[in-house]
Design a protein around this ligand. Structure first.
Ligand code: BGC
Length: 745
């Protein structure tokens, strides 16, 4: 397709029509211009292709992002992406609407199950891998929801009030990394407003940051129904309005151009982006088959990689087929394996743990509670306790019923249904080992955590979760998942607690960059389970941490490696994590931040090396004043470990050569800053000589006090305390500025 020629041929009316979707999932077609329509589909953890009559195809439900995130496995993400890409080719779907990478600010966000992590690095790396996998099959992705969409309450109207540094460091990087590393074909803007402006009409967000700064050259579409002012949106860089206005906006677009309120050039740009997307897909269409059996096998494999073993006291797991095991809880019959809303898949095959129980040996089953509601049924609970009395070990299949968490609303609290907690309490009193398997999309409070022997976090593990859980429980799979989010002890520990979900149509992100472990670890708070945490049936030993150099410029960066040995007796996988702790004091920062991870598969006795390359961004924070990333000179500690709370080795390194930030010269600048800065130190010492001489010490003032007073004195106080004239203060300011300019130009 000659895109420019087609745009030239189109009338203004035709262009206006092109800027919105058709029948919910399609773009517009122009047969006379040789432009077909293409279909987009949800996502993100399976293909939710919908027909015009609203029916969805039967598809394979892969683990939701809350689970796949725990794999910390970029290869697996790519494989999943590739499978979804092939399914799309088979079903003639041009773009899968995902991945969803919004940061898990509060455990209560109803869509946390679809999102990857509380950490932007993890969300960025894993989503990039998924995008690469899908797009290698010549199918597009739509990374979503850009940006700061971290709750469902008032999601289509509320404003996320976030300072720029926090946006740049926490809420943007997953999008930024994916755009730069994986080049998604499309980006979906979020419903909400950011600091008062809807994402769908925010020129700073869509044009300046996304396109000009990050180099995004694809298409921006709206979330479904996110468009408020379509004209402002086109000018701001929103190409495609989905599902569209059913033609209502077409006339206003034409009128806006005719009246000079919207430039035709902006319209042309948007149309060209849409045509380029169509061209990208149709030019490489190929035949594929949607092999549901193969993809179901992948769903099971993936679920196994995602399960996190949270507790395994006295090696209560794995179970053996010889033990008498009581399975309890409705989730054994009906596992909750996906969340509600736009990501919901019409699943191909779901096998429950119960259906497999016989094959695993001597298991009994008693429901105890329903998987769909929070109702205590005394008779059911009594029967469950009786069944458990006969067993060697008790495995409770617990979790959140569907109604507890879903797209469109947030959770009301962080608890499991009371009926489940009650039964688990009763079971722990029997004096037998109790193991709890959890099916949930986001952390829950675990009041009985100290009383049970084992906890297995299965999350919403997709249609293969039943098969995967049984394999992990009986040791066929050695669990290797790691938490991609912290489990606070209780909801009120969470840093967003005081400001979630907000009032007056605004939610203030008052905790700033202190999200998740960045907060808990900096505050040295106890958590139920820390970020990055997860156990294995084997043990690993770390040794030999090396850094390629101790001092380096930010541009040079550094390479870090560490050896890891499997010292147990079975094969297993370890996720090595690297955190950077800024010691320079150049900004208020979290005590440490994840800047690398690496999953190693190790046979018993085997040693492998995890290697990390750190660049400027690994050390930098976002400086709003200079509008750039800043890695201050000075010391940083590199921490390598198994979770944010289990650091095995540290190494101190130094950044050198970053130009110091010169002080901002006004009469209010503090003397201490001037005396510390290499730009102004000499000059100010010289100029102050005459004034400081006049400072007489009274009896009550110590040297330390005088020093502190001088440090925090604004330059202008030379007038009040030292008898300087206005002209003298101005002349010092001028001299200081000249001195800085000479050194920085
Ligand atoms: C969701 C998107 C989804 C879209 C289409 C919206 O409500 O926020 O994630 O892709 O609907 O179903």
């Amino acid at each position: 397709m000659d895109i420019d020629a087609i745009v030239k041929k189109m009338t203004l009316e035709e262009k206006a029509r092109a800027l919105e979707g058709e029948a919910t999932w399609y773009t517009q077609d122009y047969p006379e211009l040789g432009v077909p329509k293409i279909q987009v589909s949800d996502g993100p953890h399976g293909l939710r292709k919908m027909y015009r009559d609203g029916k969805t195809i039967t598809s394979v439900c892969l683990p939701a992002a809350c689970a796949t995130a725990c794999s910390f496995d970029t290869e697996l993400m790519e494989t999943i992406g590739s499978a979804i890409g092939k399914e799309c080719q088979a079903e003639d779907v041009a773009v899968i609407l995902g991945p969803a990478v919004n940061i898990k600010r509060s455990p209560l966000c109803g869509r946390n199950f679809e999102y990857i992590s509380e950490d932007p690095y993890v969300a960025g790396k894993l989503s990039s891998a998924l995008i690469k996998g899908v797009q290698a099959e010549d199918v597009g992705t739509s990374i979503k929801h850009f940006a700061a969409n971290n709750q469902e309450f008032e999601r289509m109207y509320g404003s996320s009030e976030v300072d720029e540094r926090t946006l740049r460091e926490i809420y943007f990087p997953a999008f930024e990394m994916a755009v730069k590393e994986a080049k998604p074909w499309t980006v979906m803007c979020s419903y909400n407003r950011i600091n008062g402006t809807y994402s769908s009409e925010n020129p700073w967000l869509l044009n300046e940051v996304l396109r000009d700064e990050w180099g995004f050259d694809g298409l921006v579409m709206s979330d479904w129904g996110a468009v408020s002012d379509r004209i402002a949106g086109i000018a701001a860089g929103l190409d495609l309005d989905m599902p569209g206005s059913r033609g209502v906006n077409n006339e206003s677009i034409v009128k806006a151009v005719q009246e000079g309120r919207l430039s035709e050039e902006d319209v042309d740009k948007a149309v060209a982006n849409i045509l380029r997307l169509v061209e990208k897909f149709v030019s490489k269409r190929r035949k594929e088959t949607f092999d549901r059996e193969a993809d179901h096998a992948l769903a099971v494999k993936a679920a196994k990689e995602c399960i996190v073993l949270l507790k395994n006291e006295e090696k209560v797991l794995p179970l053996s087929k010889e033990e008498k095991v009581a399975l309890i809880g409705g989730f054994a019959e009906a596992p909750r394996y996906q969340g509600g809303g736009s990501s919901h898949i019409n699943s191909f095959r779901v096998v429950s743990a119960l259906e497999l129980a016989e094959a695993y040996g001597s298991c009994t089953y008693s429901r105890g509670f329903s998987a769909t509601e929070d109702v205590t049924d005394e008779a059911l609970q009594k029967a469950a306790v009786e069944a458990a009395t006969e067993a060697d070990k008790i495995v409770v299949f617990a979790g959140l019923p569907d109604v507890f968490e879903s797209e469109a609303y947030d959770r009301a609290h962080m608890q499991l249904p009371a009926c489940q907690n009650r039964l688990i309490d009763q079971l722990t009193k029997l004096g037998k080992p109790v193991i709890v398997v959890l099916h949930n999309g986001s952390p829950v409070e675990l009041p009985w955590a100290d009383e049970v022997s084992g906890i297995v976090e299965a999350y919403l593990g997709g249609e293969g979760v039943g098969e995967a859980v049984m394999d992990v429980l009986y040791g066929g799979t050695n669990p290797s998942g790691r938490l991609a989010e912290s489990f606070p002890i209780k909801l009120s520990d969470n840093p967003s607690f005081l400001n979630f979900p907000g009032t007056g149509h605004k939610v203030t992100y008052a905790e700033g960059v202190f999200v998740g472990y960045r907060y808990y670890d900096t505050k040295q708070m106890a958590v139920r389970f820390p970020f990055g945490y997860g156990l294995s049936y084997t043990d690993f030993r770390y040794s030999n941490l090396r850094v390629s150099r101790d001092s380096f410029t930010a541009a040079e960066g550094v390479t870090v490696s560490v050896d890891v040995t499997n010292v147990g007796d079975r094969a297993g996988k370890e996720t090595v994590q690297l955190y950077v702790a800024d010691q320079t004091g150049s900004a208020v920062r979290p005590v440490h931040e994840l800047k690398g991870f690496c999953k190693l598969a190790l046979e018993p006795g085997e040693t492998k090396t995890a290697t990390f390359t750190l660049d400027k961004r690994s050390f930098a924070w976002y400086d709003v004043e200079s509008k750039d990333w800043y890695a201050a000179n000075g010391s940083y500690v590199i921490e390598v470990g198994r979770s944010s709370r289990q650091i095995e080795y540290t190494a101190e390194v130094h950044i050198i050569g970053t130009p110091e930030k010169p002080p901002v010269i006004t009469p209010d600048v503090q003397l201490g800053e001037l005396m510390q800065s290499p730009y102004t130190r000499e000059y100010i010492q010289e100029r102050l000589k005459e004034y400081m001489m006049k400072f007489t010490q009274s009896d009550s003032e110590t040297d330390e006090m005088i020093e502190a007073i001088v440090r925090f004195l604004p330059l202008r106080t030379l007038r009040s305390f030292q008898g300087a004239t206005n002209e003298e203060v101005e002349s010092i300011c001028k001299g200081l500025q000249e001195c800085i300019d000479r050194q920085t130009q």
